[in-house]
Design a protein around this ligand. Structure first.
Ligand code: NI
Length: 167
C-alpha cells in the first residue's frame, strides 16, 4: 500500500468529472487500498479518487470512531434522497475549513464493491452527508462551491496565506 498526495483546493483538477469504472480489477483494488490508507493517515472519514488525481468513480468512507467500518464504493449512485439536514463539513482538500452545508438527511445508494458486485444500502446522518460529499467530488464539486462567492474568496485567501507560511 502507499500513501497518495491529496490535491488541495483551489486546484482546478478538483473540478474535473470522474469517469465510471469499466472493470473492477487489481488496479482498482490497489487504488481502493491506497485511498483507504491515505484517508486513515490524514486522518479523514472519506476520500474520493478525484482528490488523489485519479479520475475514476471510486470513494472510500469510514465514519466509525474505531476505524472498523471501511466502505469502498465504486460507481456510486444516489437512488433516493429524503429530508434535509445541515451539517458542518470539512474536507481533506480544504484543510482547516469547516462550513455548514445543506444535504439530504437520508439517501439510498447503489454501488459496486471491490469484487465488482452491485449492492444497495441506506444511509442517514453523518454517513449520508459523507456519501453525498464524496460523490460530489466525483462530479467535480467541492463543498465550498455551495458557499457564497464572498465566503469562497475568504477561504481561498486563507489557504493561500497558509501555503505561503508553510512553504
Ligand atoms: Ni472532501
Amino acid at each position: 500500500m502507499a500513501l497518495l498526495p491529496i490535491l488541495r483546493y483551489p486546484d482546478p483538477k478538483l473540478h474535473r468529472v470522474a469517469a465510471p469504472v469499466a472493470a473492477v480489477d487489481a488496479g482498482i483494488r490497489k487504488l481502493v487500498a491506497d485511498m483507504a490508507e491515505t484517508m486513515y493517515e490524514a486522518p479523514g472519514i472519506g476520500l474520493a479518487a478525484t482528490q488523489v488525481g485519479a479520475l475514476v468513480r471510486v470513494i472510500v468512507i469510514d465514519v466509525t470512531e474505531d476505524k472498523t467500518g471501511l466502505r469502498a464504493l465504486i460507481n456510486p449512485e444516489i437512488l433516493e434522497r429524503i429530508g434535509e439536514q445541515v451539517c458542518e463539513e470539512g474536507c481533506l482538500s480544504v484543510p482547516g475549513i469547516y462550513e455548514k452545508v445543506a444535504r439530504a438527511e437520508r439517501v439510498r445508494v447503489a454501488a459496486l464493491n471491490t469484487e465488482g458486485e452491485r449492492f444497495e444500502f441506506e444511509a442517514e446522518g453523518l454517513l449520508a452527508v459523507c456519501v453525498q460529499h464524496e460523490i460530489d467530488h466525483l462530479d467535480g464539486k467541492v463543498f465550498v462551491d455551495y458557499l457564497s462567492p464572498l465566503k469562497q474568496g475568504r477561504i481561498k485567501a486563507k489557504l493561500a496565506k497558509r501555503a505561503r507560511v508553510t512553504a
